[in-house]
Design a binder for this molecule. Structure first.
Ligand SMILES: Nc1ncnc2c1ncn2[C@@H]1O[C@H](COP(=O)(O)OP(=O)(O)OP(=O)(O)O)[C@@H](O)[C@H]1O
Ligand SMILES: [Mg+2]
Length: 255
């Protein structure tokens, strides 16, 4: 399987607290991976290191074989690494359309130089329309992002993340705070987009139904380290995972 991203001994401490502890991991193309673990396990911090939102203390990161350890976030985005945030990251005073337009503009910025102004404008609108329709927000394109339901705001976040056409896209708790209907919608989107768009998703998620129904691979973090890594069936049976983290929840809900 083609390797997309790989780390070597990635570490990050906040003061004396080690949030990510010497993590060596690789993510391959077209494998939908969920990162799970209890609160404070280091999941968001790991994503922050991989996307460049936080500086690491030590370790190395490679994307498609090239070292990106010291490369800033915007450059990582250009190379094909996208993300959504655990905490909402939209512009509430802008419309849905405008929110999606921003990353589309920044992506097309280069190529638009070769178009006439009118063609460039049309190109941007077409792309925003395509993405908004894909996630089911086109009908709400004129609505201010701040006035959307929570579920639609999270869909918008996802649209923003995929607008940069990432090859690898991290979604941090994409279903948090959603009702069951909204949850189904976002999961369908993740599934479909994984198939159609040549985007490989890595999601952080607490909902075990979501994790086990969606994932090809599950990585379990605990106290900054990886304690298990495998297919959903293997993780279900993993004694470490049962003891250290999921325990009863897994037995009751999944097995
Ligand atoms: N900027 C920061 N400064 C100090 N400590 C931090 C900072 N960010 C995270 N931490 C600490 O690092 C640990 C890991 O946090 P992180 O947010 O990565 O966990 P998580 O696995 O994403 O948890 P959750 O499931 O609650 O989102 C936590 O104990 C957290 O308090
Ligand atoms: Mg988190």
């Amino acid at each position: 399987m083609t390797e997309l991203l790989r780390t070597e001994d990635l570490s990050k401490a906040f003061g004396h607290f080690i949030a990510v502890d010497s993590v060596t991991i690789n993510f391959t193309m077209d494998t939908l991976t969920s990162i799970i673990g209890p609160n404070g396990a280091g999941k968001t911090t790991l994503i922050n290191l991989l996307t460049g939102s936080l500086p690491m203390d030590s370790g190395r990161i490679f994307f498609k074989g090239e070292e990106i350890t010291k490369i800033p976030t915007n450059e990582r985005v250009k190379r094909g690494i996208g993300r959504s945030f655990q905490i909402m990251n939209i512009f509430p005073m802008l419309t849905v359309f405008q929110n999606v337009q921003i990353p589309v503009l920044s992506l097309l910025n280069k190529s638009l130089k070769f178009f006439s102004r009118l063609d460039a404008h049309r190109e941007v609108i077409n792309e925003v329309e395509r993405i908004s329709k894909e996630v089911g927000l086109w009908d709400k394109r004129e609505v201010l992002a701040g006035e959307l339901s929570h579920g639609d705001q999270r869909l918008l976040e996802m649209s923003i993340a995929i607008a940069s056409q990432p090859e690898l896209c991290f979604l941090d708790e994409p279903t948090s705070g959603m009702n069951p209907r909204e949850r189904v919608k976002i999961l369908e989107n993740i599934r479909r987009l994984s198939k159609e768009r040549r985007t490989t998703f890595i999601i952080v998620e607490h909902d075990m139904d979501v994790v086990f129904s969606l994932s090809d691979r599950i990585v379990v973090m605990h106290r900054g380290g990886i304690i298990a890594d495998g297919k959903p069936d293997e993780i279900k049976e993993n004694q470490n995972v049962k003891e250290v983290y999921l325990g009863e929840e897994l037995e009751e809900e999944i097995i």
